[in-house]
Design a protein around this ligand. Structure first.
Ligand SMILES: Nc1ncnc2c1ncn2[C@@H]1O[C@H](COP(=O)(O)OP(=O)(O)OP(=O)(O)O)[C@@H](O)[C@H]1O
Ligand SMILES: [Mg+2]
Length: 591
């Protein structure tokens, strides 16, 4: 959070953004305001009837008894109507809050899921999700105080003022004089304690972070005997929170004395004018009681909006974040009437494709030309950072080329319906992502309707069956958050089984065997042999044993194809990069 943006808020922008985000509730909000106005008008009627009754009693005549009785019943009815309207108003505002909670979270989540991978790599997603969730909570608090306090009090003060002017100019003037002073002090105290409130908020967040860190890294903490340091670190930050909180309370309480003084001065002035006006015969005793009771209520209500300024401050940043997120669009556009292929031939061609990551000046791919033939196994090899993963992801349209074209079966990839063509392609990534659920569901993620038999079959092909059966609960074993209960090699085999289950025409392995021991690797290679029939297979690999079986090999270096051919052709090249890589590997194996 930038400190600059925290110091100043742009109220107009804030309202604009809030109004924009609450779009689905606009109609309901107008209705709410209507009900608020009704409630505030009706709550003036009760005290007014009381005024009539008091005036009738002071001037008591026995024949007025029926009229008095009529007014008492009217007062009862009017109070009941007010409480009914209040009920409706509160229901409406709770509805709006529940609605907005629902759609703000939904919109944010669906935005997150639908935005392109490039976006997620650019933005730090992990943090962001927590911040969005916190933002939604902040907005809920803001709406609560808006609908329950600020809007009703606003109308209450306006109507009270109007009525006071109507009863007597002097009453009106008194309240017009004291209310602005009161509001001014309120804003002042809020501004004064604001830095400390920010401290509470920021340091609180930091303390929260430290707490999480110390739990996540507990292994390291214990191995290096750093328990005390961690405890002290946390305590230190937490202490600042406490200190700031005490300071905020202290200052607010001090200013409260001043605010109470203003209210008391207002009260006294009204009484003073009241008695004077009664003496002059300008108003009745009933009117004075009426004036005192409604102005009292208005002044006390004002006390309640004291945190308005801070609430706007606190929610302005997360609000802006949600607003920006809602305007964000995926860079990968799905064409309106995209091709929905029933089946693919499985031929891929790169034509002069260039790509640079947005935060990286160096191009990851430079004018790549290559053709991946259908029903063949193609290997991508080369030094780290050469662009292999980038190239593979382009086939899936995780990224679009900035220059050139990627063709699938002779058609530009961006002509296909995004979700339809992707059904025919599976990637086993370098780091397989595992959900916090059972092994079975993790494998079946690519095809949730798959039967248990099918899941077992692919697990067998991926050579995962053996270790799964060794687990206590077999396929029903929960793998824990991010799959921490699985070893790297086990996770990879889950990823492979998942990809095979999708039964894709094009299968991409991004170093899927890098975490395996030689024995498991061999089994997986056998699996690849089994499933390579009638499929286009792209393997990114460092190991010779995997590459050797490929029908064609592309060697990528610095985002360019520097060599291509079969294993035998490439090993003939005496000074070639491939030959060099292979020789190095052989050397390693000897050692
Ligand atoms: N998300 C990213 N943001 C910015 N730059 C990236 C990103 N991913 C990769 N790069 C850069 O793009 C270039 C190609 O990376 P890529 O991951 O395609 O290489 P690779 O050949 O798969 O390497 P390795 O064998 O280590 O997996 C590298 O210079 C890398 O620094
Ligand atoms: Mg890679």
């Amino acid at each position: 959070m930038k400190d600059e943006s925290r110091k100043k808020i742009n109220l107009r922008r804030f309202i604009h953004q809030l109004w924009f985000l609450l779009k689905p509730s606009h109609r309901k909000i107008w209705w709410l305001i209507f009900w608020v106005i009704l409630v505030e008008i009706f709550s003036l009627i009760g005290p007014y009837i009381l005024k009539i009754i008091i005036d009738l009693i002071i001037d008591f005549k026995i024949e007025n008894f029926q009229i008095i009785l009529f007014w008492i019943i009217s007062m009862f009815i009017s109070n009941q109507i007010t409480s009914l309207f209040t009920y409706i108003k509160d229901r409406k505002s709770l509805e709006i809050i529940a609605d907005s909670d629902f759609y703000l979270a939904n919109n944010a989540q669906s935005k997150m899921v639908n935005l392109s991978l490039a976006y997620h790599e650019r933005e730090n997603t992990g943090n962001k999700i927590i911040k969005i969730q916190r933002g939604i909570n902040r907005i809920r608090e803001l709406l609560l105080s808006l609908f329950w306090e600020i809007v009703p009090i606003f109308f209450q003060v306006i109507f009270t003022m109007m009525v006071l002017y109507w009863v007597s100019f002097w009453f009106g003037l008194t309240i017009t004089f004291f209310v602005p002073i009161f509001i001014w002090i309120t804003l002042k105290v809020n501004k004064k304690v604001h830095p400390d409130r920010v401290k509470i908020y920021k340091k609180g967040e930091e303390a929260y972070g430290l707490m999480t860190q110390s739990i996540i890294n507990i292994n390291t903490i214990k191995s290096f005997v750093q328990e005390k340091t961690e405890v002290n670190k946390f305590k230190k930050v937490n202490k600042i929170v406490k200190k700031s909180a005490l300071k905020v309370f202290g200052t607010t309480m001090k200013y409260n004395l001043l605010r109470t003084l203003i209210i008391n001065l207002g009260r006294t002035t009204i009484l003073f004018f009241g008695i004077y006006l009664i003496w002059q015969g300008a108003v009745t005793i009933g009117s004075l009681v009426f004036v005192v009771s409604i102005s009292e209520k208005a002044l006390i209500s004002l006390f309640r909006i004291s945190r308005l300024y801070d609430q706007i401050m606190e929610s302005s940043e997360p609000l802006a974040r949600l607003y920006e997120l809602s305007l964000e669009e995926s860079e990968i556009k799905n064409p309106k009437f995209g091709i929905k292929p029933k089946f693919l031939v499985g031929e891929i061609e790169f034509k002069k494709v260039s790509y640079a990551y947005s935060d990286n000046k160096k191009k990851a791919l430079k004018e790549i030309n290559l053709k991946i033939k259908s029903n063949q196994m193609t290997a991508l090899v080369g030094p780290s950072g050469g662009g292999k993963t980038t190239l593979a992801r382009m086939i899936f349209r995780h990224y679009d080329p900035q220059k050139g074209q990627v063709l699938l079966d002779g058609e530009n990839l961006n002509k296909y319906d995004l979700y339809e063509f992707r059904k025919h392609i599976s990637i086993v990534p370098q780091d397989v992502e595992v959900f916090s659920t059972t092994i079975k569901e993790n494998i079946a993620y690519s095809r949730p309707k798959a039967t248990f038999e099918e899941v077992k079959k692919v697990a067998k092909i991926a050579n995962a069956e053996e270790f799964i059966n060794d687990l206590d609960e077999g396929y029903e074993t929960e793998v824990g958050e991010r799959g921490i209960k699985l070893s790297g090699g086990q996770r990879q085999r889950i990823g492979i089984a998942r990809a095979i289950l999708a039964n894709p025409k094009i299968l991409i392995f991004d170093e899927a065997t890098s975490n395996l021991d030689s024995y498991s690797e061999k089994l997986i290679q056998d699996a690849m042999q089994k499933i390579r029939k009638k499929r286009t297979i792209i393997v990114i690999a460092h190991r010779l044993s995997t590459i050797r079986k490929a029908d064609q090999i592309f060697v990528l270096e610095n985002g360019q194809v520097v060599e291509k051919g079969t294993h035998n052709q490439l090993t003939q090249e005496r000074c070639g990069l491939y030959r060099k890589l292979i020789d190095l590997q052989k050397l390693n194996q000897v050692e």
